[in-house]
Design a protein around this ligand. Structure first.
Ligand code: C2E
Ligand code: MG
Ligand code: MG
Ligand code: MG
Length: 287
C-alpha cells in the first residue's frame, strides 16, 4: 500500500510500520546480500518460570548487522523481508540456527527450550511444519525443546490454513504460543479458536501494572481467561522488580523482559546464579 504524506511517498508494511521508499530499497538490496552471505545471528532472551524461579527456556531473536547500514532492528527489516519474500529463506536460516543451538545445549547436558518467531507470511506459504521438522531432525532436537510464536495477524490472514498448520505443529509435540496478545487484531476469540499452549501478553499491558490497580486488574482478568481455557500465560516486557511481584500475585506463569535479562548471544546468556538474584525476597528471620 502507498500513502502520500507531505508529498513524500511512504511504504506501508504488513505490520503497519512505514519506511521511506529510498531506505526501503536500500534495505532490500542489503538484505539480499545478507541472505546470500550469512549476515544474521540469533540472540536469546530467557523466560523466567515464576513457579520455579528458574529459566530453562529462551526466545530466539534475529539480529542483523550490515556493513553499510549498521545494526538494523527486526521491526524494520522483517517487514521488508516479508514484502520481497526473503522471509522464507531467512526463516529457514532461523529454524536451522535455533535447532543447531538447541542441539548443542542438549549435547552439553544443559538443554533449553527455544521459542522461534514465525512470520504470518511464512505460515501462509504452508512450509513451516516441514521445514521446522527437517531442521529439528538434522540437529537431533526433540520436539519438547522447540516452540513456535505466532502473531494474531498470521491467524487472521487465512484462518483455516493457520489452524491446520498450528494443529500439525502441536501434533508433532511443538508448543504453539500466541505472541503480542492484545495488540493488532485482538480478540479473545483467538484464544478459544486457535490450537495454542501459551498466550504472551504484550508489553503495553504490562508497562503500568505496578503503578495502576486498573491495569493490574486488567492483566489479572486476561490471565484468568487464559487459565480458564487451559492456556499458560507469559508476560512480555518486564522491566522492573515491582512488575514481577505483581505478576506473581496475579498467578502469571512466565515472565520475560529486560529486568530478567536482555537478549544476548548464546555464550553471554545469564546462568542460574544470575537469575537467582531475581528470586522472591526471603522472609526476614524472626529474632
Ligand atoms: P517479539 O517476538 O514480541 O519479541 C520481543 C521483543 O521485545 C524483542 O525485540 C525484545 O528484544 C524486546 N524486549 C524484550 N524484553 C523487553 C523489555 O523489557 N523492554 C523492551 N522495551 N523491549 C523488550 P526485537 O528483538 O527487536 O524483536 C522485535 C520483533 O521482531 C519480535 O517481537 C518479533 O515479532 C520479530 N522477530 C524477531 N526475531 C524474529 C525472527 O527470527 N523471525 C520473525 N519472523 N520475526 C522475528
Ligand atoms: Mg516473540
Ligand atoms: Mg512478543
Ligand atoms: Mg512484541
Amino acid at each position: 500500500a502507498k500513502r502520500a504524506g507531505k508529498g513524500r511517498v511512504v511504504w506501508l508494511s504488513a505490520r503497519g510500520e512505514t519506511a521511506p521508499v529510498a531506505r526501503q530499497a536500500q534495505l532490500r538490496r542489503r538484505l539480499q546480500l545478507a541472505v546470500a552471505a550469512g549476515g544474521f545471528r540469533l540472540h536469546y532472551q530467557p523466560l523466567l518460570d515464576l513457579a520455579t524461579d528458574g529459566s530453562l527456556a529462551v526466545e530466539a531473536l534475529l539480529r542483523w548487522h550490515d556493513e553499510v547500514l549498521g545494526s538494523v532492528p527486526p521491526s524494520e527489516f522483517i517487514p521488508v523481508a516479508e514484502s520481497v519474500n526473503l522471509i522464507q529463506q531467512i526463516g529457514r536460516w532461523v529454524f536451522n540456527e535455533a535447532c543447531a543451538q538447541a542441539g548443542a545445549w542438549l549435547e552439553a547436558g544443559s538443554p533449553r527450550t527455544i521459542s522461534i518467531n514465525v512470520s504470518p507470511i511464512q505460515l501462509a506459504a504452508n512450509k513451516v511444519v516441514g521445514e521446522l521438522l527437517a531442521a529439528m531432525a538434522a540437529h537431533r532436537v526433540p520436539a519438547e525443546l522447540i516452540r513456535v510464536e505466532i502473531t494474531e495477524s498470521s491467524a487472521i490472514a487465512d484462518f483455516p490454513r493457520a489452524i491446520k498448520q498450528l494443529a500439525q505443529l502441536r501434533e508433532a509435540g511443538i508448543g504453539v504460543d500466541l505472541d503480542d496478545f492484545g495488540t493488532g487484531y485482538s480478540s479473545v476469540g483467538m484464544l478459544r479458536d486457535l490450537p495454542l499452549n501459551t498466550v504472551k501478553i504484550d508489553k503495553s499491558f504490562i508497562d503500568n501494572i505496578d503503578t495502576s490497580e486498573r491495569e493490574a486488574a486488567f492483566v489479572g482478568g486476561l490471565i484468568n481467561i487464559a487459565h480458564a481455557w487451559g492456556l499458560k500465560v507469559t508476560a512480555e516486557g518486564v522491566e522492573r522488580p515491582e512488575q514481577l511481584e505483581v505478576l506473581r500475585e496475579l498467578g502469571c506463569d512466565t515472565a520475560q523482559g529486560y529486568y530478567i535479562s536482555r537478549p544476548a548471544s548464546a555464550s553471554d546468556l545469564p546462568g542460574a546464579q544470575a537469575l537467582a538474584a531475581l528470586q522472591r525476597p526471603q522472609p526476614a528471620a524472626v529474632l
